[in-house]
Design a binder for this molecule. Structure first.
Ligand SMILES: *Cc1c(COP(=O)(O)O)cnc(C)c1O
Length: 477
């Protein structure tokens, strides 16, 4: 059996133990149900702050909203010290309505005129992607007689003179080499724009790549100061990640068996010989595994700690020390990492069928409702309330009339063969897997989202949009 056991935190485990509650939710609201656990955000924010303390740094921890559209999670985060990074007009409105004051909000992402206007009108910091965007913003501030707006410049395409570190092309940000074009706008428009810092965001797990970007931003800040500007913040973006699996050995074993299966040296582990990026060419393994590293030694706040402890590739001093020397604030924008253990998707088994030696399990949900596969995260679901019996390898199929609607393209090994009516829970799904791709294809319903929380010694639930972090609810008079 090739299990990929998920890493479950105490709150996730406690909810999995509430089988009756989960069953009522699915019975009452339909399958699947997205369950968010707002109370789990506090530990994640605290873990990041602890890293700041260890490095004697200050600055803001912004939650990257795009990871989940939940109101409950956002409102609970508003009740912490965290800020929020919004990437659309709708997200900005949502953040303002959840209780984030403008000083705690950063506007990133592709921006249109209305988004820029609301950001400028409310006094949110605008993290700009180009000199043209800064021009547009300054013109808008003038035209509508708005107060001066705080801006950051997002940089990309960092170069090193030393060892060449591969860096992917990004469609976002000002190429570091052309920073001056953006600074020209800021200097010309100083009545409208106040430069508070520079930023990067790299969607990579490689510390070396991020170290290059961080040092590049330190150099950019010095350059700004040499021009008489006074920025004080370095925004290191997100991408700190989550370790999804409990056991490194399981992960190693699974990936090497997958390679063997692709080579034809063992029975297939995937639907139609899908290789997750690997392929066999005349008996030789080619390609590379296009998967998220589901087992991670270092992720989340610990990854930030690792990055700050790493030496700058050129100056050979720890990056955290360099930030401290200049007394710069460090801002971060974790999305996924702040949602570690903050939600699960629960679905009902509607059919179990034997098919040529395989067991096919159809769920009342589709691949869009839990986009683990699309994001390359391999992690087993949890079979609720059934004691381990005879383990079974099964393929999980969705409810769309499409060949491609597979919840998993791999055989998933469960501790017992599921039966019709059983519930499967996909844990740690709050970051990106819950609603980023969900849609109503084939008129299948969108998953309802509920907040599950503990108050007054017992479990409660509410619709996501009904949740505010003010429980226990007042007693009736
Ligand atoms: C998506 C995004 C993030 C969050 O990334 P995670 O990998 O979820 O931490 C942060 N900043 C920007 C600009 C983003 O686009």
């Amino acid at each position: 059996m090739l299990f990929l056991t998920p890493r479950t935190g105490p709150l996730t485990q406690a909810v999995l133990d509430q089988g009756e509650l989960l069953r009522q939710l699915v019975d009452g609201l339909g399958s699947p149900v997205g369950v968010v656990l707002p109370q789990a955000v506090h530990a994640n924010v605290a873990a990041f702050r602890e890293v700041y303390r260890r490095h004697h740094l200050s600055g803001r921890i912004h939650f990257a909203h795009k990871a989940n559209r939940s109101s409950a999670l956002l409102r609970e985060l508003a009740a912490t010290e965290a800020g929020v990074d919004v990437a659309s007009l709708g997200e900005l409105q949502h953040a303002l309505g959840a209780g984030f004051t403008p000083g705690r909000i950063m506007a990133t992402g592709p921006k249109d005129h209305a988004y820029l206007w609301l950001a400028a009108r409310t006094g949110v910091t605008v993290n700009a992607d180009s000199a043209a965007e800064l021009e547009e913003l300054a013109a808008l501030v003038t035209a509508h007689r708005l107060p001066r707006v705080r801006v950051m410049v997002r940089l990309s395409g960092f170069e090193t003179t030393g060892v060449r570190v591969m860096s992917r092309r990004s469609r976002f940000g000002v190429p570091a080499a052309t920073l001056d074009s953006a600074l020209d706008v800021v200097r010309k428009r100083e009545q409208q724009l106040e430069l508070t810092g520079v930023a990067y965001h790299l969607d990579t797990v490689a510390v070396a790549e991020k170290a290059v970007a961080l040092e590049g931003c330190l150099a950019a800040l010095e350059h700004c100061r040499s021009l008489g500007l006074r920025p004080w913040t370095l925004d290191a973006g997100g991408g700190f990640g989550i370790g999804y699996l409990a056991d490194e050995g399981e992960w190693e074993r699974y990936t090497s068996e997958l390679a063997q299966a692709v080579l034809g040296n063992r029975p297939p582990l995937t639907w139609n010989g899908y290789g997750y990026g690997l392929r066999a060419e005349s008996g030789i393994l080619r390609g590379s595994l296009a998967l998220y590293p589901a087992y991670r030694e270092v992720s989340g706040a610990a990854y930030l700690d690792r990055l700050l402890g790493a030496d700058a590739p050129e100056r050979r001093r720890p990056l955290g020390t360099m930030l401290l020397d200049h007394m710069y604030d460090l801002d971060v924008e974790p999305g996924r990492a702040l949602l570690d253990q903050c939600g699960l998707v629960v679905a009902r088994v509607v059919e179990v069928r034997d098919d040529g030696g395989d067991v096919l399990v159809r769920l009342a949900m589709n691949a869009r409702d839990v986009s683990l596969e699309e994001h390359g995260v391999l992690m087993d679901p949890v079979l609720i309330g059934r004691t381990p019996h005879e383990p079974a390898g099964v393929y999980l199929l969705g409810n769309l009339c499409l060949e491609s609607d597979l919840i998993t393209r791999r055989k998933v090994f469960l501790p017992a063969r599921p039966q019709v009516g059983d519930l499967l829970a996909f844990v740690n799904a709050a970051g990106y897997f819950m609603d980023l791709t969900a849609n109503t294809a084939l008129h299948q319903p969108l998953a309802r989202k509920v907040a599950v929380f503990r108050a007054g010694g017992s479990w409660h639930w509410s619709l996501d949009e009904q949740y505010w972090p003010i429980h226990p609810p007042p007693e009736p008079p």
